[in-house]
Ligand binder design. Structure first.
Ligand code: ADP
Ligand code: ASP
Ligand code: MG
Length: 481
């Protein structure tokens, strides 16, 4: 069997859903399970209406809800007619009515919990999967709508729940494998799941990719296909740099680093189940179904360029903790990271000196409680509006001059670097810049490492001059990472 996941733009309107149907139809013999996202922009609208309701603007929330319902009804009637249309229409009205009740409750209480947020956001995938399944049926695909809330079991970490693989595998084998054996095509909403007790959860923004990989691993898929709006995984985000090129093949390790450091084309956790079962993941363009896309797999050949790709992650902050007590103090770092762990905050980059530690992490994870606890360890300073830029490639292992070239390119653009880390995996170089410098930095780096003649390979370590220390570029602390 194979898993085929269609992202938001690949089911955004009736034309997109028709294209998806053609793509699935052509692969019926491979026994596909289809996973769909909410239509493009719908999850954002659901989030906006939940926030409007919580802040007392119920009429605004209702207007957003009306538009979402109307959009789905229009797409439905462009795709299907007759009795089949009537039953899906009813489903759309029922989901919209349930959502309206929840939004009223949120407005009355003036409170929006992560649990309620998940219930609201799940509506997007429930709506799209119902329409897609019915549209497939009307085009001769023997599809069956499967409720992901019954099959994907997670813990109760609302808005970024963690799947419980054993229970999920059991349920998928029971509910979905049986359909495949009967030559049917299960259609499921991505992103959404539930706890063992049946409370709705979601897997984090962009989580439909992760759903596809969980299903693929549980059912031992031959291949997981991620159908999206770009040619495949590219040398950088084509929205930042139109010169970005498709990567033909890339290893799990490199693709994971890129996804983690901001390549939105894949949810960062997508490759974990795929790696475990060694299932290749193909990223494909639903607007050009014949083009080859990118194959992510183990043992991919090395790239001809120094780096495989560049990723950028905005919305970061740097927290600096300064403490003279840190000098020679054993256990300081442990105490510091205990605080981050207690607040469930994962550090993306870390650098230390004798008296200070800098940690880069997602801005949304900056609770007052975290800062309060950090202040017990020393003086705390928060720098907001930062971004991480990450260059990934296996060639940098043991090579001389790569980092020098990266930071010279950045310096030539007059861009200031706040933190540097050469990843512990030795396949990435990451650093922090101002968010406003991301475009310039990525374009310069792409030009240097993927477009200009300087894409040639750097020397092996020991074959000449050594790379200047990264710290000398910062005039600051040595890095760990
Ligand atoms: P979907 O709705 O199909 O899940 P997403 O918007 O989540 O699509 O992801 C696709 C987008 O990811 C692309 O439109 C592109 O702008 C962005 N992207 C970021 N980095 C990369 C990259 N390295 N390669 C391809 N796309 C990337
Ligand atoms: N609809 C969800 C989101 O927009 C999940 C996804 O698209 O993968 O985040
Ligand atoms: Mg996505």
């Amino acid at each position: 069997m194979i898993v085929m996941k269609f992202g938001g733009t690949s089911v955004e309107d009736s034309a997109a859903i028709e294209r998806a149907a053609d793509i699935v139809f052509a692969r019926l013999e491979q026994r596909p399970v289809v996973v769909v996202s909410a239509m493009a922009g719908v999850t954002d609208s659901l989030l906006a209406m939940s926030q409007a309701a919580a802040s007392g603007s119920l009429p605004q929330a209702m207007e957003l809800l009306r538009r979402v319902r109307q959009r789905h009804l229009e797409v439905l009637s462009a795709l299907i007619r007759g009795a089949d249309e009537a039953s899906v229409r009813e489903r759309i009205h029922a989901l919209a009515a349930a959502l309206q009740d929840v939004l009223r409750g949120v407005a009355t209480l003036g409170e929006l919990s992560p649990r309620t947020t998940d219930t609201i956001l799940s509506t997007g995938e429930l709506l799209s999967s119902g329409i897609v399944s019915a549209a497939f049926q009307s085009r001769g695909i023997p599809s069956v709508l499967v409720d992901s809330r019954h099959c994907i079991v997670t813990d109760a970490t609302h808005t970024r729940a963690v799947p419980l693989f054993d229970e999920t595998s059991n349920r998928l084998r029971c509910d979905v494998e049986t359909l495949l054996q009967a030559n049917q095509v299960p259609v499921m909403g991505g992103f959404i799941a539930a706890t063992a007790e049946g409370v709705v959860t979601t897997l984090g923004r962009g989580g439909s990719d992760f759903s596809a990989a969980i299903i693929g691993a549980a059912l031992n898929a031959k291949r997981i296909e991620i159908w999206t709006d770009v040619e495949g995984m590219m040398t950088t985000d084509p929205r930042l740099c139109p010169q970005a090129r498709r990567i033909e093949m890339i290893g799990f390790d490199e693709a994971s680093e890129l996804a983690y450091f901001g390549a939105k084309v894949l949810h960062p956790a997508t490759l974990i189940p795929a790696v475990e079962k060694n299932i290749p993941v193909h990223v494909l363009n639903s607007r050009k179904p014949k083009s080859k896309g990118t194959c992510i797999r183990s043992g991919a050949p090395r790239s001809r360029t120094v780096f495989r790709a560049i990723a950028a992650k905005k919305g970061m902050q740097v927290i600096n903790v300064k403490s003279p007590r840190m000098l020679m103090a054993q256990g300081f770092l442990r105490a510091l990271f205990d605080v981050f762990a207690q607040h469930d905050c994962a550090a993306d980059l870390v650098s230390t000196s004798e008296v200070s530690v800098s940690v880069a992490l997602d801005s949304s994870r900056n609770g007052g409680a975290l800062l309060h606890d950090l202040k017990r360890l020393g003086e705390v300073e928060v720098e907001a509006g930062k971004a991480i830029i990450c260059l990934v490639g296996k060639h940098i292992r043991g090579r001389v001059g790569v980092a020098a070239k990266v930071f010279q390119t950045i310096a030539d653009g007059g861009i200031n670097v706040h933190m540097i880390s050469q990843g512990a995996s030795e396949i990435n170089i990451s650093f922090v810049v101002e968010e406003s410098d991301v475009l310039e930095a990525v374009q310069r780096l792409h030009r240097c490492f993927f477009e200009a003649e300087c894409v040639g390979e750097p020397r092996e370590a020991g074959a000449g001059l050594q790379v200047p220390s990264l710290a000398s570029h910062l005039g600051a602390r040595p890095e760990v990472g």
